[in-house]
Design a protein. Structure first.
Length: 429
């Protein structure tokens, strides 16, 4: 069956993934784990948006330089999957989770340089990111609830995955993508997978100095045989619709089939002494594998992604108190007992942050809620709210972390927007 003939079957797999049977209700543990995953995905997306919107020139962003939806943007989004969770994830009794992720700024710049060497008028210093860098790391925060209708297999994969891995959890991440957008993303992934397989096969070493590409290049019949072989390779499994809106497709070639095809190509030109059957047979030894698998990636067109809908509470105006941002700043002197400068800085920064956090906690306790009670008064009566308040305090963002002006200590400033407090303090149905 040719690649074109298999296309409808392949797209049916995408439709089947989109129309999976509704899953049973989640257990509390599953709901919390999925909410944290959703928040992690949201944070990664926000991190990618920060990078893609940063300017490399006065009139050019990283996203424009890489090419929207192209291999460059896919490359940076895939790279940002390795961002690590900063601190502890936060889960509230209303089912919302929050996660902070970070990636060393230098690593982001290096990844961008590999994907897009800057033009003479461009820079990868990315000053637009300065406000989002904490201790050398670019940081973003995300929030989310457990996605609905995760099928049991996807749920099991998500629960079993390591924290640092990003599991497929369809429809998570694809809720705003149209059906045609999913099909386009998978189709692009499939095209790129076959293109990657062509590159992989052409790069195979045959003998000490030549590759398959060297030996078939410019020979029409050999090129045609290689192309037909690639076109008839099977897709390995169903497409993966990853939570960062990247579709992935695997294509596999058995090494024994590659060797058979190359022998057939060589047999058409028996006088070609640049390679021998013995050298072709030796390919399996060089590859040290019985199959070759490549992955292609694709993204939906921007026109097929619906805009974010505001949350119901965001459509109206917040009460005055909920629109506020609590702020606290504190400093600590370097200890004379520290073993070295690095330890002195670490101890001082921790002490300054603890003092700022205590200040912030006092301000938070005094916030008067819609029911007329202060946060402290309500926490004294309601255990769930008390836990949520403690979780909320831990979400305070570091707005400043630097040496004091006299160079003898460290200062830290924290910020805590109150919108989340408003959300979990409201009466629930």
């Amino acid at each position: 069956m040719t690649r074109i003939a298999r296309l409808p079957v392949f797209l049916m797999a995408v439709a089947a993934a989109a129309a999976g049977a509704p899953a049973p209700a989640y257990t509390p543990r599953e709901e919390q784990a999925l909410a944290i995953r959703a928040a992690q995905v949201d944070a990664m997306g926000r991190l990618a948006d920060l990078v893609l919107s940063a300017r490399v020139a006065a009139d050019r962003t990283v996203g424009q330089a890489l090419g929207p939806g192209g291999e460059g943007e896919i490359g940076i989004r895939r790279f940002l999957r390795s961002s690590r969770i900063a601190g502890e994830s936060r889960y509230y009794s209303d089912g919302v989770a929050e996660v902070d992720v970070e990636m060393p700024r230098d690593a982001v710049v290096q990844a961008l340089a590999r994907l897009h060497p800057p033009a003479p008028n461009e820079t990868l210093a990315l000053p637009d990111l300065d406000a989002h860098v904490v201790d050398g790391c670019l940081r973003a925060s995300g929030s989310g609830r457990a996605p609905e209708d995760i099928d049991p297999l996807a749920l099991a994969r998500a629960l079993a995955a390591r924290v640092e891995d990003l599991p497929e959890m369809f429809p998570a991440g694809w809720e705003r993508v149209t059906a045609s957008g999913r099909v386009v993303a998978v189709r692009e992934a499939r095209v790129r997978a076959y293109r990657a397989m062509a590159d992989r096969l052409r790069a195979i070493q045959v003998g000490p100095t030549r590759t398959v590409g060297d030996l078939v290049g410019g020979i029409a019949t050999a090129e045609a045989n290689l192309d037909v072989f690639i076109r008839n390779l099977p897709v390995a499994g169903a497409p993966r619709l990853m939570p960062d809106r990247i579709a992935e497709v695997d294509v596999t070639a058995l090494v024994r089939d590659v060797i058979r095809m190359l022998k057939e190509v060589r047999a058409q030109r028996p006088s070609d002494d640049r390679w021998t059957e013995e050298q072709i047979d030796h390919i399996s030894v060089n590859l040290k594998a019985d199959r070759l698998t490549v992955t292609g990636s694709g993204m939906p067109p921007a026109d097929d992604v619906r805009p974010v809908e505001p949350r119901p509470e965001a459509r109206g105006s917040l009460p005055d108190w909920a629109a506020n941002v609590l702020q606290a700043q504190a400093a600590a002197r370097f200890s004379d007992d520290a073993a070295d400068e690095a330890e002195a800085r670490l101890l001082a920064s921790r002490s300054a942050k603890a003092r700022a956090l205590a200040n912030l906690e006092r301000q938070l306790d005094a916030v008067r809620l819609d029911d007329g009670r202060t946060a402290r008064e309500r926490a004294a009566k309601e255990e769930a709210f008390r836990r949520d308040l403690k979780t909320f305090l831990s979400s305070a963002r570091t707005a400043l972390s630097r040496a004091t002006e006299d160079g003898k200590g460290w200062e830290v400033a924290l910020r805590l927007p109150l919108a989340r407090l408003y959300e979990f303090s409201r009466p629930r149905p």
